[in-house]
Write a protein of this length. Structure first.
Length: 113
């Protein structure tokens, strides 16, 4: 499955963005999908993950602000980002982690103060 992320952009602090990740094939049987980000000079980190059963997991830094969801009928993964902060600035990647590993290209999110 190939993944195509979109929805990044420039937003002011406190604003919102919705990232989408379109898969080239079915994600119905994908156990774990997620969003990850990498800021300049930092290691890539997990932002949010979701299982096929809908169980979610978030980094502490985004809990209460970000929401991950998936639409198996549309083969799409989403990340709703609210109350954005400058420290959320990064390249965001979507990925399949189980049962195989596949990464999409990143989409830039820039939050201005």
């Amino acid at each position: 499955v190939q993944l195509q992320a979109s929805g990044g952009g420039l937003v002011q602090a406190g604003g919102s963005l919705r990232l989408s990740c379109a898969a080239s094939g079915s994600i119905f049987s994908v156990n774990v999908m997620g969003w990850y980000r990498q800021a300049p000079g930092k290691q890539r980190e997990m932002v949010a993950q979701i299982t096929s059963g809908g169980t979610t997991n978030y980094a502490d830094s985004v809990k209460g602000r970000f929401t991950i969801s998936r639409d198996n009928a549309k083969n799409t993964l989403y990340l709703q980002m609210n109350s954005l902060k400058p420290e959320d600035t990064a390249v965001y990647y979507c990925a399949v982690r189980l049962p195989y590993d596949s990464w999409g290209q990143g989409t830039q999110v820039t939050v201005s103060s």
